[in-house]
Design a protein around this ligand. Sequence first.
Ligand SMILES: CC(C)(COP(=O)(O)OP(=O)(O)OC[C@H]1O[C@@H](n2cnc3c(N)ncnc32)[C@H](O)[C@@H]1OP(=O)(O)O)[C@@H](O)C(=O)NCCC(=O)NCCS
Length: 154
Amino acid sequence: MTVTLQEITDDNAQSVLALRTTPDQERFVTSVADSLAEADANPQGNPWFRAVYADGEPVGFVMLSWDVEPQPPDINGPWFLWKLLIDHRHQGQGYGREVVRQVVELVRGHGATELLTSHVPGEGGPAGFYARLGFVPTGELDPEGEVILRRSIA
Ligand SMILES: CC(C)(COP(=O)(O)OP(=O)(O)OC[C@H]1O[C@@H](n2cnc3c(N)ncnc32)[C@H](O)[C@@H]1OP(=O)(O)O)[C@@H](O)C(=O)NCCC(=O)NCCS
């Protein structure tokens, strides 16, 4: 499998915006459209985003705060995995893991020593996914009650 992170352009926007989680997962991540609107509304979060492609087909979306100045509790960083969505038809095939691996390599190349993220707690959520990938709870919650996680980048 070849997973790549590609810019969202007029040519692929429609197919990327059509990506969906299962209905049950919608409480754990916003849609691509809402994530892009959130990026637009929060320039202070220094949003960076890409479509996830597997073998030439869009399968997901990832968004980071890119080397942002932390302003706790609202902005965590400098490197924060803000959104991660793999379309429900493509989950369970290692794409989420590969995206995180590529993001870690990318930010490492820009001097990151840790990657932060957060998730809504609850049954059916991504806690186990992040734990498998080496993320550990910091013990803090963000103002929305999301569990903050850290993955060291050695
Ligand atoms: C969470 C998500 C990104 C995982 O992506 P994925 O491509 O399905 O995951 P992968 O196939 O790469 O799984 C990697 C490993 O994590 C495990 N895993 C995946 N989702 C899991 C979950 N929800 N709970 C526990 N383990 C999970 C897999 O079994 C696999 O384990 P392995 O080590 O035995 O191989 C995807 O399911 C998703 O988009 N979910 C809805 C939105 C969401 O919750 N996003 C995160 C918001 S913060």
